[in-house]
Design a protein around this ligand. Sequence first.
Ligand code: Y39
Ligand code: FE
Ligand code: FE
Ligand code: FE
Length: 230
Amino acid sequence: MPQLEAIPAIDFQSETYKDAYSRINAIVIEGEQEAYDNYIKLGEMLPEHQENLARLAKMEMRHQKGFQSCGRNLAVTPDMEFAREFFSSLHQNFKDAAAEGKLVTCLLIQSLIIECFAIAAYNIYIPVADDFARKITEGVVKDEYLHLNFGEEWLKANFEASKGELEEANRQNLPIIWRMLNEVADDAHVLGMEKEALVEDFMIAYGEALSNIGFSTGDIMRMSVYGLTA
Ligand code: Y39
Ligand code: FE
Ligand code: FE
Ligand code: FE
């Protein structure tokens, strides 16, 4: 059902809501932690951008604190073990790529795929969030566009040399995002976020990013549905 048609009143204190929130809140807390770690690692791989990347990492740390306070505000204990498991495939792929010095793959995973996932999730969450979390999330999502922009700019400047690795990394990692979305769809629905809206927003953000980097419309269509039905 489309996100904006008849949003029922949400009881933020119901056990059902808080149970779902314990997993989604944990996912964003863990995601922000891993994003912090990833930008620190990217700074080591790109010494000429280290200062800027350290700034992005610091923002992720702030985001994490913000989302921790959202959980506390609802008296929810985040299920961090669930969240670590949720991110484990993507996390492993980033670590493997970093160990092999595959900078382009690392940028695709963190600065394109994960940032677009965050942008979609946060934009869809804002209209259905409690007042406290809405204000926090509005501040956070602005930063995520800056993070996405960093990846876009670097990959655009190095497009010809990166194209092949980007396609391969997309093929490896995009199906994981669709799996993650499926895994979280029921809990997201309890929070008033529809899977269809999340997919649509992700596709728009990711397609725009690929376009800004230099991919053709045909490339984008091929790449952005990769693994969608898997
Ligand atoms: O760059 C960032 O801050 C990204 C780490 C954060 C990812 C957040 C992932 C959100 C997925 C939530 C799914 C809810 C439906
Ligand atoms: Fe629905
Ligand atoms: Fe963030
Ligand atoms: Fe980010």
